[in-house]
Design a protein around this ligand. Structure first.
Ligand code: CMC
Length: 392
């Protein structure tokens, strides 16, 4: 039975051909459909990036306006969705609520079950991109006991999300354009990342022909883990635990200790072995947000900068090619924007939804794709005979 290549963690197995995202881990390059992440983050907006990931080209002005209009028109969720939220405990983790509510969308869109129809595939994609901010804001509102806020069509995608998250009936939140733009950029940075664990999960789920909303719920579930999307939450908790600069060496020593499971959260990446280009843009965005909010000498930022400095000069981290990843700085930024730690991974899921659905669509449209079915190397007992319970 040694006929299969044993590749735990799929470190050397390509599971598909894809035209969406390119990563060169040694050079620190990330391209969406050929465009460098730096240029998209600097000049583009998130919905335009969604269009690019889905259709393969940047939209013309007319295409962009049409796409924005259509996504905006799909932002409401069925009113009955509120009942799903109310079924959860208030103290449920918002990611648990997201797994449930995104999965529940599949029950509302039976038409999407016909994935052979390109039109239906595009509508499902649009609905997901449009509704995920609404669900994310609802998960937040529910967790803090505030009423749900309906989307507002006059706002752009990210400002609308901020409105749904932070407005209350007695006072409307007026999105600050600098902060809105910063969050929009964070969404661009997270939009896709080729065959990471959650995207591979979505593809695997989708390879059986399952409903796309259910497939995205599978992606949300996978993203939740601290080794993946949960790292932004874990990274901020770690910075808070470290607390002050003088305690950094103790934690660095723990991270290096083979007998201690502790890792520096927000450090290291399976593919990036030089630097994570997203982390650079993220660090700049962090400074921008803090300065816009007039936050000077943020103690967490101070710890983060010093930790980064120490780790980048430490032999262990140099030798193992461990660099800050996107999640190292995103937590500080999201916290400054007003989000509690428990919402960080939800924001990652919001942004990654377009990558998941673009990859799902590409897979469904690729005639060479089959149902995903890895093999195994069996290491269990050889065949043996059943023994009645009284004789065991
Ligand atoms: N702190 C200390 N040591 C580490 C760290 C870390 N953050 N990351 C890896 N190492 C060590 C690890 O112990 C191993 O050492 P050895 O070879 O002596 O056993 C070596 O470096 C290689 O690590 P690995 O776990 O085999 O590498 P991987 O490619 O399987 O894991 C990773 C990649 C991102 C899961 C890992 O670096 C990690 O757990 N980092 C912390 C969590 C994190 O920040 N995740 C966010 C990833 S970026 C956002 C996303 O795409 O989700």
């Amino acid at each position: 039975t040694g006929m299969f290549t044993y590749d735990p963690g799929f470190t050397s197995t390509a599971s598909c051909e894809s035209q969406i995202t390119y990563i060169d881990g040694d050079e620190g390059v990330l391209l969406y459909r050929g465009y460098p992440i730096e240029q998209l983050a600097e000049h583009g907006d998130f919905l335009e990036t969604c269009y690019l990931l889905l259709y393969g080209e940047l939209p013309t002005l007319a295409q962009k306006q049409d796409f924005d209009y259509r996504v905006t028109r799909h932002t409401m969720v069925h009113e009955q969705m509120t009942r799903f939220f109310q079924g959860f405990r208030r103290d449920a983790h918002p990611m648990a609520v997201m797994v449930g509510s995104v999965g529940a969308l599949s029950a509302f869109y039976h038409d999407s079950t016909d994935i052979s129809d390109p039109q239906q595939r595009m509508i499902a994609s649009m609905r997901l991109i449009a509704k995920i901010p609404t669900l994310a804001a609802m998960a937040y509102k529910y967790s803090i006991g505030q009423p749900f806020v309906y989307p507002k069509n006059s706002l752009d995608y990210t400002s609308n999300f901020l409105h749904m998250a932070f407005s209350v009936p007695c006072e409307e939140y007026v999105p600050n354009p600098v902060l809105s733009r910063a969050l929009d950029r964070i969404f661009i940075l997270h939009a896709d990342h080729e065959q990471n664990a959650s995207t591979s999960t979505v593809r695997l789920a989708g390879s059986s022909g399952a409903n796309p909303f259910a497939c995205i719920a599978a992606g949300v579930a996978c993203l939740w883990g601290p080794a993946h999307g949960g790292a932004n939450e874990a990274a901020l908790k770690m910075l808070e635990e470290i607390g002050t600069v003088d305690r950094i060496p103790h934690f660095v020593a723990k991270a290096k200790d083979k007998n201690d499971p502790f890792r520096l959260m927000g450090f290291g990446h399976r593919v990036y072995k030089n630097y994570d280009p997203r982390a650079k843009i993220m660090q700049r965005t962090t400074h921008e947000v803090l300065s816009e909010l007039g936050i000077k000498d943020d103690p967490l930022l101070e710890v983060a900068l010093e930790l980064e400095r120490i780790a980048l000069h430490d032999e262990y981290f140099i030798e193992k090619k461990l660099y800050p990843n996107i999640d190292f700085y995103s937590g500080i930024t999201l916290k400054a924007l007003g989000f509690p730690t428990s919402m960080f991974t939800v924001l990652f899921a919001l942004a990654r939804t377009v990558g998941w659905i673009a990859q799902w669509k590409e897979m469904v449209e690729d005639p060479s794709q089959k149902i995903g079915r890895p093999r195994q190397l069996y290491t269990g007992s050889p065949q043996r005979d059943y023994v009645p319970v009284e004789q065991r």
